[in-house]
Design a protein around this ligand. Structure first.
Ligand SMILES: C[S@@+](CC[C@H](N)C(=O)[O-])C[C@H]1O[C@@H](n2cnc3c(N)ncnc32)[C@H](O)[C@@H]1O
Length: 231
């Protein structure tokens, strides 16, 4: 199936509300565990005040989990949508875990041009993550340029995203499954996201052609792709 681009930012209030209301916690916890396993297997300890950045953080679900899991680190969630950042701030304020989120802050900015000095004047990024962001980005170069710009040789990258279904039939089946659980706004967004996602081959080729060979890509189940490693 050909890729159909979707708007980068999620700015409509109904989109933000529908997305923020949905419970994606199972996938989010898996993602956090996957990162944790990688760090443990590579003997990497995120010590006091190291910097973790969550790109395209949306309402902050992953950012909050990162801040709780690595409570000694500083976590910054970044999103280009003012509405999403507003929601993320509100979720943090109203969270039953708010006392454990003092190491979390949010920044409204576009990943296409954000600079490290806007995120931190003192720290390099130890862990750079994103979840469900890549398919929003119109050109892959913009995503990879961003992670190259923000990373040092030591930065661990972990980026998870949807994988584009092989044909329209499968996309419609997944859309139908989504409709059983979520409202029409979220279902339509999910369908647009499936069509906007990249394939394993597209990501793998990009990494090969741009000599980013320290990054690995793998397919997680039949719906997700994960990119990890160093740039
Ligand atoms: C599907 S949501 C994922 C939110 C969150 N990462 C999660 O897993 O719940 C994608 C988010 O990426 C943001 N986004 C898309 N393109 C962006 C860009 N160029 N710069 C910053 N944020 C962007 C959108 O506004 C949206 O909030």
């Amino acid at each position: 199936m050909e890729r159909t681009v979707e708007p980068e930012l999620m700015e409509r209030e109904d989109q933000v509300i529908s997305y923020a209301k949905a419970d994606f916690s199972e996938g989010e916890n898996n993602f956090i565990n996957q990162i944790n396993d990688y760090l443990i297997n590579n003997n990497i300890n995120l010590n006091d005040r190291e910097l973790i950045v969550d790109l395209g953080c949306g309402p902050g679900n992953i950012s909050e989990k990162l801040a709780i899991k690595w409570h000694k680190a500083m976590v910054v969630g970044i999103d280009g949508s003012k509405e999403m950042i507003r929601k993320a701030e509100l979720n943090k304020k109203n969270s039953s875990n708010r006392n454990r989120l003092k190491n979390l802050r949010y920044l409204c900015g576009d990943i296409k041009n954000i600079k490290l000095r806007e995120i931190s004047l003192e720290k390099n990024i130890s862990l750079l993550v994103s979840n469900s962001l890549i398919h929003h980005i119109t050109y892959l170069d913009d995503f990879f340029n961003c992670i190259e710009r923000l990373s040092t040789k030591l930065t661990i990258n972990f980026h998870k995203d949807l994988k584009r279904p092989k044909d329209e039939k499968l996309a419609l089946e997944l859309k139908e499954k989504c409709a059983k659980k979520y409202n029409v706004v979220l279902t339509n967004d999910y369908y647009a996201s499936l069509k906007a996602s990249y394939t394993f081959k597209e990501l793998k080729n990009f990494i090969f052609e741009n000599r980013l060979s320290s990054l690995e890509v793998f397919e997680e189940g039949d719906q997700y792709l994960v990119i990890y490693g160093k740039v």
